[in-house]
Design a protein around this ligand. Sequence first.
Ligand SMILES: Cc1ncc(COP(=O)(O)O)c(C=O)c1O
Length: 433
Amino acid sequence: MKVIEERKMNSENLFELASKYMPGGVSSPVRAYKPYPFFTASAKGSRIYDVDGREYIDYCLAYGPLVLGHGNEEVKEAVREQLEHGWLYGTPHEKEIELAKKIISNYPSVDLVRFVNTGSEATMAGIRLARGFKERDKIVKIEGGFHGAHDGVLVKAGSGATTHGIPDSIGVPADSVINTLQVPFNDPEALNNTLEKNSGDVAAVIIEPVMGNVGPIPPQDNYLHEVRKITSESDVLLILDEVITGFRLALGGAQEFYGVDADLTILGKIVGGGFPIGVLGGRKEIMELIAPSGGVYQAGTFSGNPVSITAGLKTIEIIEREGLGKLNEFGARMQTAISEILVDSGVEGCVSGVGSMFKIFFSPSGKEVRNYADALSCDKNKYLRFFHSMLSAGIFLPPSQFETNFISFAHTDADIERTIEVYKENLKHFRGR
Ligand SMILES: Cc1ncc(COP(=O)(O)O)c(C=O)c1O
């Protein structure tokens, strides 16, 4: 920090410098916003501090993994201790078994797990596994669903892809997505029709149980149960991508929260305690098809690395100890308060969310957002202006209409109250604009 000050580096000129060495000046597209993103100096608890000396209450929280907030001391201590024993072995180690057992005990649909390094890797492997198991090529995904940045799922993809207007990335060969079918979220009939039309050709349906990358958009009514029923009846695997919802909505993720089982489960983010991780889990008969026990190849130098596994184990231990009740209560309070403020201030918009995930949408006539098309109909430019107004007041929301806000264990009553006050103060300037 001191060195930066001496060189008079602030976010603006760091971004200028970064843009000389990295495309768009960032390591992941969703971090970029105009005129320039703030550069972080440090983060602790519910707060993130930029190099310009400003402090923010953080609701972006690195896009989901930091359920305990920044720099949790217990996780830090566990990682420090692990570092004394080494940080990468390239061999099996005992803590992998411990984390596997924790996951399996919380997710009854999971008998075996494969640890990888990111959610993207896990979905890529999951789709390959489903195709290998069913010996079919087609998959169905949800419009606006985001499962990482690999070829087969970069079609109408949410997150940074939608934010930056490239949901269908160039550079993806047409052949790579020819087998990716799309249906809208919250529309069981569309799924049923697509599976009927492609009967015998579809290996799996991959779905975020709560759309997190254009939302959050929760499943309506009985949607997930319908999806489960339709996939079972069509003899198609159901892959639930719980990279965001896993260990957040409940210890058993959306599967516990909504009472639905997957054939394959994808985890990431929280399960690595803020360090890189992805997990593919599922029924034994399917999972045993992964190399070396079966013929679906998957491998990785850093997979199962002891630091991520240690941080994940400690994080889950803390969630088990503390429970998710307070987090969900804060989420509900935030949603109710923002809804009321919208009404009182006469601003067209709505609030969407579940558990500790929430988001304000500037939707036409305040219409509820149920799927990707609804999310796209919202005023994303107004959201960006709103994002900046919140940032100026010390509240860091995700810099996109299409990303979820998260709450952590480190957020306090006072943080929530302060945030609601700032929403109230700022939203009144957004009427009709
Ligand atoms: C639902 C979902 N799946 C997969 C991914 C990809 O995970 P990662 O960024 O760890 O590759 C993300 C990332 O945000 C996600 O939200």
